[in-house]
Every structure is written in structure tokens, then in C-alpha cells.
Design a protein around this ligand. Structure first.
Ligand code: SAH
Length: 246
């Protein structure tokens, strides 16, 4: 009857909203992503269908197929959860799924989640805005950089503020070059935060000129701007109870 497009937050179960936890407990079917944490999936009742629709490199689950699975489940069950990392409407394709459900006449609700775009920098002690330093922030994907990017990196370079890049690890050298071409200083501070909020969290601080050479792997959030140089680290990953990713 209702499909809940639900944000799972960046990882730890206690960064889930109460509303997300509630629908996970009631769900008869849960469609989750690859990044979904095992601790969160443990909330799901025994007997409920648990479907991994994570898009892995090499074996992609087409979005169209996911839409059809949600529509089908929405017809058969009272409570269906589509669980997505972070917030469902931040690079989560939640909008596309909502459109498909609407077209099929299936009721849906959006349950916002804590997005990695803000929470991951926060766990590295980086505020995305800071008085007098960063009056705005842009969240941008680095994913399309290879195939004729439609992001205007030069305009972002000119705009100032903080630039928060998701899905940017593989293209980090090109992104840095595009920002420098656009007029950003080569010594602009950059922080790359891998597996933020989790026990494996690793932060590497650098500058735009060295970003391409930095040893970092996905998933990571890359923060460009003066806030990336603030020394406010507080999180000790070893002290979390989060189950390490396999
Ligand atoms: N909807 C999600 C983003 C999906 S795009 C959200 O709101 O957070 C996936 C990208 O998010 C990853 O490539 C990475 O850039 C970022 N990401 C998600 N979880 C992360 C984490 N725990 N640590 C670092 N980056 C993360």
C-alpha cells in the first residue's frame, strides 16, 4: 500500500531517524543498497523479504528494474521500505523512484535521512558552513566527470564557499585540475573522508594541487574550501560499535 523511500543515514544505526526505524520494523519487504549497514538491517522483522538491489560495478541492477520491483511490492504489501544510504533525495535516485510509483498509482512517503554530504565532514570535525569563512556550500557529484561532465566546475571555483564532492574519488585529479583552471588557488585546503561515521573512518588532509596523488578509496566525501583546514577532529572511529564493512 505504501512504499517508504527511506534515508538510512551514513552508517551507524543510531544515526537513523526514529521514523525510519519504525517503518523498518513494520516492513514486509525491504529493498536496500549495497552501503546499507548490517546493524540497520537487523531491525527488520524476521520473515520480511530482504532484497539487495545494490548497484555493484559489473553487475548493475537497472533502475527500471528496481522501479518495477517497488511497484510490484507496493501492490502486494502494506509496508514496503526502499532503504537508501544517507538521504534518499541526495544523489539517491529517490526522485525517479517516487515518479515511477506516482505513475503506477502507488502511495509513497519520503523519510529524509542524515546525508553523508553534511554528516561525513562533521565526523571529521569539518563544518560545511562557518561564520565569515564559508557562507554557503555546494554538494556536487564527481561521477560524470569522465563522460562529458555537465557540472560547471569553473563557476563553482568562482562561487567560493565550501564544495562538497560525492562520488568523486576516481576523478579527483581531474576535478582538482578543473577547479584550479576555474581560478581556485592550488593551496586551497581539501579533506577527503573515507567511510565517514564508521569504524573504518579515515581522513586525509591535503590541498587542491596534491588531491590527485592522495591515497583514498571510495566511498569518500571530498571537502574543498577553507573549512577543510579547521582542526576540530573529535571522532575516534575505534570507539564505535559499528560492524566493519566486509
Ligand atoms: N544519498 C546518499 C549519497 C549517495 S551517493 C547521501 O545522502 O549520503 C554515494 C556517495 O555518497 C559515495 O560515493 C560517497 O561519496 C558518499 N558517501 C555515502 N556514505 C558515505 C560514508 N559513510 N563515508 C564517505 N562517503 C560516503
Amino acid at each position: 500500500m505504501t512504499v517508504y523511500l527511506t534515508g538510512a543515514g551514513p552508517g551507524p544505526v543510531d544515526l537513523l531517524t526514529l521514523r525510519a526505524a519504525d517503518v523498518l520494523k513494520r516492513a514486509e519487504a525491504v529493498f536496500h543498497d549495497r552501503l546499507a549497514n548490517a546493524d540497520i538491517l537487523e531491525l527488520v522483522a524476521k520473515g520480511a523479504q530482504l532484497v539487495d538491489v545494490g548497484k555493484r560495478p559489473g553487475e548493475p541492477q537497472p533502475q527500471q528494474q528496481i522501479n518495477e520491483m517497488l511497484i510490484d511490492a507496493g501492490r502486494r504489501f502494506d509496508c514496503v521500505v526502499r532503504l537508501k544510504g544517507g538521504d534518499p533525495f541526495v544523489f539517491g535516485r529517490g526522485g525517479e523512484e517516487a515518479l515511477a510509483l506516482r505513475q503506477a498509482g502507488i502511495r509513497y512517503e519520503i523519510i529524509p535521512g542524515i546525508t553523508s554530504a553534511i554528516a561525513v565532514p562533521a565526523y571529521a570535525g569539518i563544518p560545511v558552513t562557518h561564520r565569515n569563512t564559508a557562507r554557503h556550500f555546494t554538494v556536487v557529484t564527481g561521477h560524470n566527470m569522465q563522460a562529458g561532465d555537465d557540472v560547471d566546475w569553473a563557476a563553482l571555483a568562482q562561487a567560493g564557499g565550501t564544495i562538497v564532492i560525492l562520488m568523486g574519488v576516481s576523478q579527483r585529479a581531474r576535478i582538482a585540475a578543473a577547479l584550479v583552471d576555474g581560478g581556485m588557488a592550488t593551496d586551497t585546503p581539501v579533506a577527503s573522508v573515507q567511510w565517514g561515521t564508521r569504524v573504518e573512518q579515515k581522513t586525509v588532509r591535503t590541498t587542491l594541487s596534491s588531491l590527485g596523488a592522495v591515497d583514498i578509496a571510495p566511498p569518500a566525501v571530498i571537502v574543498v574550501g577553507n573549512v577543510a583546514a579547521l582542526d576540530l577532529e573529535w571522532f575516534d572511529p575505534a570507539s564505535t560499535g559499528t560492524t566493519p564493512q566486509s
